[in-house]
Design a protein around this ligand. Structure first.
Ligand code: PXP
Length: 398
């Protein structure tokens, strides 16, 4: 846990969104390349910060932020920080609230500015040492805040919708409705960032006509899920989707059961990736959240991994769910740190999605069954919008 966040005051007056602050703290740490480090951020009231201000700095009254670096005299020009624990940042929410009102900014933006200021102190910046250092610190601070603000629109985890199950209903009657192509258009109109379809070898739901029409009509991004088999590879190369996701495929299974064993079939998968690369199609590998699979995906040149969330969704106890969540969180972090782009999906529903969407290492969620099931009762537009609201709420940092 890079930023240990503790709220030690009565926050009932302030309506604090601690998840949002946590995400911003994690973002700030990433921008400052201190992701393997720990920072403690403590939110207190004026009374507590006054005591600390007096005790440690001999100053009377409250202040907005105090920083206590563990290592003295850190050089802000160092590219690698030698200590793991950077120190403590203590912020008075009360003072931040008053300042926010004066500056006409939101409390969360003021707290973010104070977190930035505090973190830079921990990294060795000090505006009190000289005018030159004050300028350097101010410039870094402003730059970080500007970057955070301009990344606003790209920070929300994307929601890509899998419309296979619309085709499943069609195939139950063997006629031509409901049409997954129409469903995809409605999902996009409701705000989906992408459409996913799985063209299976046995064509049990999505068929060749669907993928051809979808390629022509999808306005966002088309992600073609597929097994790495010769016939489907040829179709994908011809179709040119925006990306492909390679999955294991068994004829007997009801749905994709586990992740790909990338480590065990590097040669075969590397060949498929090379073919897609040549055609300019980025490849994602659907894997279980395991370090060796992440590493193997990187080794053979995948652009993305999609982490299998099935075991997390199917967990039967809170303890098991938390363990599965931790596996996803650490596999996502490892993949992200290695430079892979990270998606996740399988089994996510209106209860389980929020926690996964709040992982800021994850770029896109691929969700199908839960949304299409709800659409039967409330309509596709509402089903998509309800899921989008969950994802937005969990993932936005602005
Ligand atoms: N990701 C992959 C790789 C899948 O195979 C599937 C199921 O088709 C999904 C995501 C979506 O899973 P669900 O339909 O359970 O949301």
């Amino acid at each position: 846990m890079p930023a240990q966040f503790t709220i030690n005051c009565d926050t009932s007056r302030f309506r604090l969104n601690s998840r949002l602050l946590r995400r911003r703290a994690a973002w700030l740490m990433r921008q400052n390349r201190v992701t393997n480090h720990e920072v403690s951020i403590l939110l207190v009231d004026d009374q507590e910060i006054s005591w600390l201000n007096n005790h440690y700095r001999g100053k009377k009254g409250p202040t907005n932020v105090l920083s206590f670096p563990f290592a003295e005299e850190m050089d802000p020009c160092l590219t690698t920080i030698p200590v793991k624990e950077l120190g403590d940042i203590i912020i008075s929410v009360e003072t931040a609230h008053n300042e926010a009102k004066k500056l006409k900014v939101s409390l969360h933006d003021r707290l973010t500015w104070l977190m930035t200021h505090g973190l830079l102190h921990l990294l060795g910046y000090d505006h009190e040492r000289s005018e030159k250092e004050a300028e350097a610190m101010w410039a870094r601070e402003t730059n970080l805040i500007n970057q955070l603000q301009s990344s606003r629109s790209t920070q929300m985890t994307h929601l890509a919708i899998n419309v296979d199950h619309v085709a499943t209903v069609r195939e139950a009657r063997g006629i031509n409705e409901p049409d997954p192509v129409a469903a995809a258009a409605l999902c996009e109109l409701a705000g989906a960032a992408g459409i996913v379809v799985h063209l299976r070898e046995d064509r049990r739901h999505i068929n060749d006509r669907d993928v051809r029409l979808l390629r022509e009509t999808i306005k966002t991004r088309m992600n073609l899920e597929m097994g790495a088999n010769k016939e489907i590879i040829e179709i994908a190369l011809d179709l040119q989707p925006d990306m492909v996701t390679l999955v294991p495929e068994k004829r007997q299974e009801l749905t994709t059961e586990g992740g790909l064993n990338v480590a065990g079939q590097k040669k075969k998968l590397a060949k498929t990736i090379a073919k897609m690369d040549k055609a300019g199609i980025p490849v994602s590998l659907f894997i279980d959240p395991e370090q060796r699979q992440v590493k193997a995906a990187l080794d053979i040149g995948a652009t993305y991994v999609e982490l299998h969330t099935g075991r997390y969704c199917d967990a039967t106890s809170e303890k098991e769910r938390e363990e599965e969540y931790q596996l996803i969180a650490s596999a996502a972090e490892e993949a992200y740190q290695m430079g892979l782009r990270v998606n996740a999906g399988h089994g996510l529903d209106y209860q389980s999605t929020s926690k996964i969407a709040s992982l800021d290492t994850i770029e896109e969620l691929s969700i199908g069954h839960a949304i299409i099931s709800r659409a039967v009762f409330v309509g596709i537009d509402q089903a998509v919008k309800e899921m989008l609201a969950i994802v937005r709420d969990a993932s936005m940092i602005f």
